[in-house]
Write a protein that binds this ligand. Structure first.
Ligand SMILES: NC(=O)c1ccc[n+]([C@@H]2O[C@H](COP(=O)([O-])OP(=O)(O)OC[C@H]3O[C@@H](n4cnc5c(N)ncnc54)[C@H](OP(=O)(O)O)[C@@H]3O)[C@@H](O)[C@H]2O)c1
Length: 314
């Protein structure tokens, strides 16, 4: 569904207002995260609607998979608050991430953040009935009547599940649909699905040291008008291990980069086909650091080449 320009502007203004209001009302006076939010994080439009999305999101695999105690829940809640206060929107989860959908649903409800966030989950099931049952469970666990995006997880029973997702989109229960992978072995099939289906989003693995998606999948996403959401932007932490003990190169300041996380994320979101990246983020400090990659300048094509050479030489 394509929103008219005026509606899109209203939606985006409302989201910004809600995020700012959440920040203003929820920030503890003098609390660790009560610093000014970056002025205007970079947003890119979802090609199928034009709706702008902040280029840095959050992934919830692993760290949200087990329901933590009260103190642990408070840390995750502050992570989401800090993220939303800085203009963050996309939170990605999946029914297969243990308790993650339930944890997220409880956090979003208690923090009053539903309208500020763009909730993305997945369906990974065999057969129409199993897929529908899993999706209904996602609505319950996420405690919401509207899920922004559901994507078919790792292409599982993709034709059946896309059919169901189209019905849900038609009914207004989800706003966007798509497909995901993080395996090179699935790329050929992934490209075939991209070529034959109308999709709002694709989600694929891409990182400074894992660039295969840039060969055909990202250009195809651009050509087909599909938003590209990037998973495993740090290679599950592999990139941090590769630069351990190393200082950021001085030239990173040329694109307003203040940390290794921002170095890795800015490389990704500077790709013209990329809409957003979803780093696994489970502390307020990481949320602030990661969304900082949406502020200031991005590396140009020459700087991106230099970043590749730097990482390849490690
Ligand atoms: N096929 C699919 O659909 C698929 C597959 C894989 C992933 N995904 C999605 O992609 C998301 C991202 O993947 P991921 O979480 O596995 O890996 P990732 O984002 O590449 O890396 C996460 C790692 O980076 C660390 N980290 C995060 N922010 C940091 C910062 N600012 N400074 C230093 N370290 C930082 C985390 O530390 P800690 O360990 O301390 O938290 C964690 O070890 C997942 O959460 C999931 O939503 C989807």
């Amino acid at each position: 569904m394509t929103l008219p320009e005026s509606n899109r502007a209203r939606v985006s203004t409302r989201r910004r207002f809600l995020a700012a209001a959440a920040a203003a009302t929820l920030a503890p006076a003098g609390g660790a995260w009560a610093q000014p939010a970056p002025a205007a994080p970079l947003r890119k439009p979802i090609p199928s609607s034009g709706e702008p999305l902040t280029v840095i999101g959050i992934g919830t695999a692993r760290r949200y998979e087990r329901t933590p105690d009260e103190a642990g829940m408070a840390v995750l809640r502050d992570t989401l608050r800090r993220f939303a206060a800085a203009g963050g929107q996309v939170v990605d989860t999946a029914p297969s991430y243990g308790d993650a959908e339930s944890v997220l649903g409880a956090l979003i409800e208690s923090a009053g953040l539903r309208d500020a966030l763009f909730l993305a989950t997945k369906v990974g099931a065999e057969g129409r009935e199993a897929g529908r049952a899993q999706i209904e469970r996602s609505f319950e666990r996420l405690r919401t009547a509207r899920i922004d995006l559901i994507a078919v997880h790792n292409l599982r029973d993709v034709a059946t599940q896309l059919h169901t997702l189209r019905e849900l989109k038609q009914a207004g229960r989800i706003r966007y649909l798509g497909i995901t992978t993080s395996f090179d072995a699935q790329y050929a099939e992934f490209e075939r699905v991209m070529a034959r289906e109308t999709l709002d989003f694709i989600q694929v693995d891409y990182a400074l040291d894992n660039r295969a998606a840039a060969e055909r999948i990202l250009p195809l996403a651009r050509e087909r008008g599909m938003a590209a959401m990037i998973n495993l932007p740090f290679g599950r932490g592999r990139l941090f291990r590769a630069v351990q003990g190393k200082a950021l190169p001085e030239w990173a300041a040329e694109f307003d980069c203040r940390s290794w996380a921002q170095f890795f994320l800015k490389y990704i979101v500077a790709h013209p086909a990329v809409t957003c990246a979803i780093p696994g983020t489970a502390t307020p400090e990481y949320a602030a650091d990661n969304i900082g990659a949406a502020a200031g300048r991005l590396p140009d094509a020459a700087a991106r080449k230099r970043m590749e050479a730097f990482v390849d030489a490690l």
